[in-house]
Structures are given as structure tokens and as C-alpha cells.
Ligand binder design. Structure first.
Ligand SMILES: *Cc1c(COP(=O)(O)O)cnc(C)c1O
Length: 225
């Protein structure tokens, strides 16, 4: 398996402006190093400790994205260096990120995760919960995070129409939030959706960031999501 070739094949199919996060979770350092050497510098991980260990030993110009469900007590490990947190799924975790970012004198770009899939196991805000948070006084005081957009995961199914509809629903949530809360904030621009099996549909429906693991690095031993 030629990782560099896999990455460049995927990039060829992505429209200009769509960012590829190579999801390297569970993969060893050497494999990430190989991908890095082919010129790719954006990687995603879903465990705080694994991400921290990899950050320590790998080149410092890698852009690290945290893509999973983050626990408040783990936030401190990644706050010093993480470039974007995709899976903000509660006000509580956003507050924790803001606090740790402040300690590090940073502003961390965050994406709000929405529950768009039919599966009940996926994390995320409802629209109502997001509105409540965005309209709260506490949110207005949080200076060490910036909301850069939204993130979602479609149902794991062969039914392409269902997947497409779920991506459409995330795009529509994005538009509503943009109009209501971030009309003059250019940093609110990202729609993180699309994985190995469904990224082409996601791109057709307006994705700006795809998070792709298996078709770059091969299947993972254990299913971690
Ligand atoms: C593992 C993971 C991915 C990548 O999944 P693949 O199917 O291997 O492309 C994308 N997003 C999240 C949140 C993940 O946990």
C-alpha cells in the first residue's frame, strides 16, 4: 500500500478549498512519518493521549486535528498545540477547552458537532442545544475559542440517499447558524463531513473538510468509533 499515492489520488478528486485530514488514529509513528514525507501535513486523531504522544515525536509543522469525542479532563493534554477540535458536543467541553486554551495563551478553533445520523450512538448537539449555548452570556465571555463551523457523521449505511440527506441537514444547520450568529465572522466557514466511505457524497453536499483514514492507511485493527 502506497500511502503517498493514496493521499494524492484522494486530493485529485477534491475540489479546491476542500481540506483533507488524514485520520491516523491507531497507526504507528512510522506510518505517519511516511505520509508526512510525501508532503501531507494535516492529520487527525481521536484520543487525547495518543495525539499528544504523536505530537511529541513527530515534526512540529504538522497540523493536528482532534476529531473524536473529547473528555474535559483530557483537554489539557492537547490544548498547547492542537490546531482544530472537531467534536465539540457539549457546552461543558467547550468551556473546558476555553479554560485550557487561556492557560496556554491560545485561541483554539472549534467545530460544533451535530447529531445528524439516525444511529443513537453518535455524539452531538441538537439545534436547540446549540442555540441555547450560542445565546448564553457565558458563551459571549469565552475569548479563547473560536467557532469555526460544524461537524457531523452520517449513518453507517449503504443507503446513499439517506447519507446524502443527513449531509444536507448538516449544511442547512451551518447556513442557519451562519445567518443567525456568525454573519460577519469569516472564520465560521467549515463543514467537516465525509469519511472513507461517504466523502464523495459529502463533498457534493458542501463539505469543506473531509476526515479520511482507512482508504489512506488501510483498515484499522479495532474499530474505534
Ligand atoms: C475514524 C474517524 C474517521 C475516519 O474514518 P475512516 O472510515 O477510516 O475514513 C473520520 N471521522 C471520525 C470522527 C473518526 O473517528
Amino acid at each position: 500500500m502506497d500511502i503517498g499515492e493514496n493521499i494524492s489520488e484522494i486530493k485529485k478528486t477534491l475540489p479546491a478549498g476542500v481540506k483533507l485530514v488524514a485520520v491516523s488514529k491507531t497507526k504507528p509513528i512510522e506510518v505517519i512519518q511516511d505520509a508526512y514525507q510525501t508532503g501531507h501535513k494535516i492529520f487527525g486523531e481521536n484520543k487525547a493521549q495518543e495525539l499528544t504522544q504523536k505530537h511529541e515525536v513527530l515534526p512540529k509543522d504538522i497540523e493536528w486535528h482532534f476529531i473524536g469525542h473529547l473528555q474535559s479532563n483530557k483537554t489539557k493534554y492537547i490544548a498547547p498545540f492542537v490546531n482544530m477540535i472537531h467534536g465539540i458536543d457539549s457546552f461543558k467541553i467547550l468551556k473546558a477547552v476555553n479554560k485550557e486554551a487561556r492557560k496556554n495563551n491560545r485561541v483554539i478553533p472549534c467545530l460544533l458537532q451535530f447529531h445528524i445520523a439516525q444511529e443513537s450512538t453518535k455524539f452531538g448537539f441538537s439545534e436547540e442545544e446549540a442555540r441555547e449555548m450560542l445565546e448564553s452570556e457565558t458563551f459571549a465571555t469565552m475569548k479563547n475559542i473560536t467557532i469555526a463551523g460544524v461537524m457531523g457523521m452520517a449513518t453507517f449505511t449503504d443507503d446513499e440517499q439517506q447519507v446524502r440527506n443527513e449531509f444536507k441537514s448538516l449544511k442547512s444547520i451551518f447556513e442557519k447558524l451562519k445567518n443567525n450568529y456568525f454573519p460577519n465572522e469569516p472564520q465560521f466557514k467549515e463543514i467537516s463531513m465525509g469519511m472513507s466511505d461517504d466523502y464523495s457524497v459529502a463533498v457534493e453536499e458542501g463539505s469543506t473538510i473531509v476526515r479520511i483514514g482507512s482508504i489512506i492507511f488501510g483498515a484499522r485493527q479495532i474499530k474505534t468509533t
